[in-house]
Design a protein around this ligand. Structure first.
Ligand SMILES: Nc1ncnc2c1ncn2[C@@H]1O[C@H](COP(=O)(O)OP(=O)(O)O)[C@@H](O)[C@H]1O
Ligand SMILES: O=P(O)(O)OC[C@H]1O[C@](O)(COP(=O)(O)O)[C@@H](O)[C@@H]1O
Length: 303
């Protein structure tokens, strides 16, 4: 079973305005509301790609109830720990450019963290656990480290899609897959990129530091894949971007869906890129039909 962990889920509130005027009244021309948070997005895309998963994490209040209701309506198994307070609302402003304001989220008390860790202790070696998104400020910054240590005890595979110090602390714990975008990779190595060659050098360092498989996404410019044996690159398919929120999460889901269905790493990477782009070209997350159309346009190059 694949378990996704969203420690800080969100209701993603997408607001379209013709032109954003700071300091003035803006009227929305369209609004959309989705269950969000990186692990939840991974679970939703996995489901669309025909792969079951269980969504774990912390949830609370009326916003949390909305998320559970939406996930249940998509037949996604939920095993969240309920906490006092409201799950956050993340505002995504679309006015030509995308501007995001991500909320803070509720406080997580030690007893709720303990309840969550019990679920992690129940993992087995046949499981994959996806750790995705930011860590609530009330939890220890090393909570992902603790989860990985528990998962490793039973040889469960770990996938990490996070950034900053949380990502840094996980590299040496040998995650099965890490998926930073190029900005997160630059931040990790305290640098800035001016060429794809520079991205490649830092991507390979992820492998040297202990990651088994790494995907570094470059938004509309495609993505790199790295492991000990090979470096791959694929351009992103071309299309009209509708909403790139969740594109990175879709890549993680696409890779896992293909990999767990017995596809090669190269095929899984192509499927991952197609899934990311299919989401970027959709209002909500990608559909399987869209991914399977786009995957024919993904040309994987080896270095
Ligand atoms: N403008 C775009 N055009 C085509 N594909 C895109 C676009 N933006 C994102 N994607 C796809 O989604 C993937 C992940 O996007 P990216 O923005 O790098 O991730 P994240 O959401 O983690 O920041 C890319 O590798 C690409 O396949
Ligand atoms: O946990 P964070 O880093 O605040 O991110 C949460 C946000 O990330 C998302 O999961 C989207 O992630 P990506 O666009 O990086 O794929 C949103 O659904 C959510 O609002």
């Amino acid at each position: 079973m694949i378990y996704t962990c969203t420690l800080n889920p969100s209701v993603d509130y997408i607001v379209h305005v013709d032109e954003l005027r700071i300091g003035e009244l803006n009227r929305a021309v369209k609004t959309l509301t989705f269950p969000g948070g990186k692990g939840i997005n991974v679970s939703r895309v996995l489901k669309r790609l025909g792969i079951e998963s269980t969504a774990l994490g912390f949830i609370g209040g009326f916003t949390g109830a909305f998320i559970i209701e939406q996930l249940q309506s998509e037949n996604i198994t939920c095993d969240f720990v309920e906490v006092p307070g409201n799950t956050r609302i993340n505002v995504k402003l679309k006015s030509g450019k995308e501007t995001e304001i991500n909320g803070q989220g509720p406080m997580i008390q030690p007893e709720h963290e303990a309840e969550f860790m019990e679920k992690i202790r129940a993992l087995t070696e046949n499981d994959i656990v996806v750790l995705a998104g930011s860590i609530p400020s009330s939890l220890s910054p090393d909570v992902y480290g603790k989860i990985v240590d528990e998962a490793k005890k039973v040889k469960a595979k770990v996938v990490v899609d996070t950034s900053g110090p949380a990502l840094k602390s996980l590299l040496a714990r040998n995650p099965f897959l890490a998926k930073p975008n190029h900005k997160e990779l630059a931040e990790l190595f305290e640098t800035s990129f001016h060429s794809k060659d520079e991205i490649m050098v830092c991507g390979r360092r992820l492998i040297e530091l202990g990651v088994e498989n790494a995907i570094v996404s470059l938004a509309g410019d495609g993505a790199f894949y790295f492991n000990k044996e090979m470096t791959l690159f694929a351009e992103a398919p071309k299309g009209t971007v509708k909403n790139s929120v969740g594109a990175g999460d879709s890549m993680v889901a696409g890779f896992l869906a293909a990999y767990t269905s017995g596809k090669s790493l190269e095929e899984a990477f192509a499927y991952s890129v197609a899934s990311g782009s299919a989401t970027a070209f959709s209002e909500d997350l990608c559909t399987k039909d869209c991914v399977e159309q786009l995957v024919h346009e993904v040309n994987v190059m080896r270095f």
